[in-house]
Design a protein around this ligand. Structure first.
Ligand code: XIL
Length: 383
């Protein structure tokens, strides 16, 4: 049962994440109108692969890939190879996958993805060495320093000479969901996690392989929120501690709605602060859910999703973001259609609405959606 409980917690987090990301970001009436007015933009249909459009601006487009489907569905694999510059394994590099038993490492499924990357000239992003979820049941959270050392040495060591893996999410989601869930008001870390442990984790990682880019990755930081301020503090702490940290992973599981606005100003200031600290902001897990009121037709919903992408990416590119990874590429395989992660409040009790969960650039049949054109257009317009 602990597995199930974990998922329930996660579902709770999803709802909370929505509240954190958007609820606190409600803007005044004027802003809301602005947001609504922006809906109905048109985006040209550009057939050039996204990786090529991005490369023209010295940027990269990536997607999370699921090995389970990558080696079964040729059309899906072809789409990833065609569109992406970089991929993130959906689960194959998480602790439960790489070290299912203490000290017993398995890399079969992650290596299969690494080989796919090599064959198709894609980069691979290492996600992730430290997370309170995606962990084997034997592992406590937080793990002891000895467990961390063994894990990081085993996993990073395995990919030390990889021709494709160039970056790691050293730690994922270490900031608590809210100020009620932390014993550490300064850094807002999850219960039991000490800033020194994270510092040591980054240090161990650098001792194993300092040739890769190191990120701290989190969600709910796409605006001026309690979480984003704690996240920035933690980045500052790591910088001041003198450990190697190259990037800040901004997950960006976003919720858009006509009922509230997006905190563009707050998000821009998060990006600016990161750039000022010399830590590169990177978009690591972008997808867009439309919160209630859910539009009554798919075209209307797709338009909103597309506008959400454009609006968000314009802000990112204005702050010189160079890597954007969506969490999946097709609505056929999106984590939020899974009952464990579904945004329950809006969609959970109403199966008629599930078809409105269309957060990604391609539809179930791998046809490009308006969102794909919006992403292409944002890359094209980036300076
Ligand atoms: C998700 C996967 O997509 C699911 O298939 C899995 O069951 C749970 O994890 N933030 C993260 C990702 O950092 O690792 C999560 O991925 C989505 C939220």
């Amino acid at each position: 049962m602990p597995y199930r409980r974990k998922f329930l917690t996660r579902a709770g987090y999803t709802t909370l994440s929505a509240l954190l990301t958007m609820g606190f970001l409600q803007k005044d009436k004027q802003k809301q109108n602005e947001n609504t007015d922006s809906i109905a933009a048109t985006y040209p249909n550009i057939n050039t692969p996204l990786r090529q459009i991005a490369a023209a601006k010295r940027k990269r487009y990536g997607a999370a890939v699921d090995g389970e489907f990558l080696f079964k569905e040729k059309d899906y694999a072809d789409l990833i190879a065609r569109e992406c510059s970089i991929v993130t394994p959906n689960g194959e590099l998480k602790w439960n996958a790489t070290e299912p038993q203490p000290g017993k490492f398995t890399f079969e499924s992650a290596d299969a993805i690494a080989n796919f990357c090599q064959e198709n000239n894609l980069e691979l992003h290492g996600h992730t060495l430290f997370w309170h979820m995606g962990k084997p049941d034997w592992l406590p959270y937080p793990p002891t320093l000895e467990m961390i050392e063994r894990h990081v040495t085993g996993v990073m060591g395995h990919y030390r000479n990889s021709p494709v893996l160039k970056s790691w999410d050293i730690a994922n989601e270490i900031i608590a969901d809210s100020e009620n869930d932390t014993d550490n008001p300064t850094y807002g870390l999850r219960r039991g996690v000490k800033p020194e442990l994270i510092r040591d984790l980054f240090q161990i990682a650098a001792d194993v392989d300092n040739t890769k880019k190191f990120y701290l990755n989190d969600y709910g930081i796409e605006g001026a929120t309690w979480k984003s301020s704690r996240f920035l503090k933690m980045i500052e702490y790591l910088k001041n501690s003198g450990v190697k940290i190259d990037g800040a992973g901004i997950q960006a599981h976003l919720w858009f709605s006509t009922a509230y606005g997006f905190d563009a100003t707050g998000f821009s200031s998060v990006l600016k602060r990161l750039n000022d600290m010399g830590v590169k902001p990177v978009i690591t897990e972008l997808d867009i859910i439309i919160d209630s009121p859910v539009p009554d037709t798919i075209p209307k919903l797709d338009q909103m999703v597309a506008d959400g992408y454009k609006r968000f990416l314009d802000i990112c590119f204005a702050a010189k973001v160079d890597t954007v990874t969506t969490w999946g590429i097709t609505d056929r395989h999106t984590w939020i259609r899974h009952p464990d992660w579904m945004p329950k409040k809006t969609y959970g009790d109403n199966p008629n609405l599930w078809k409105f969960l269309r957060p990604l650039p391609f539809d179930e049949n791998l046809k490009p959606k308006l969102a794909r054109n919006a992403i292409a257009q944002a890359f094209r317009q980036a300076t």
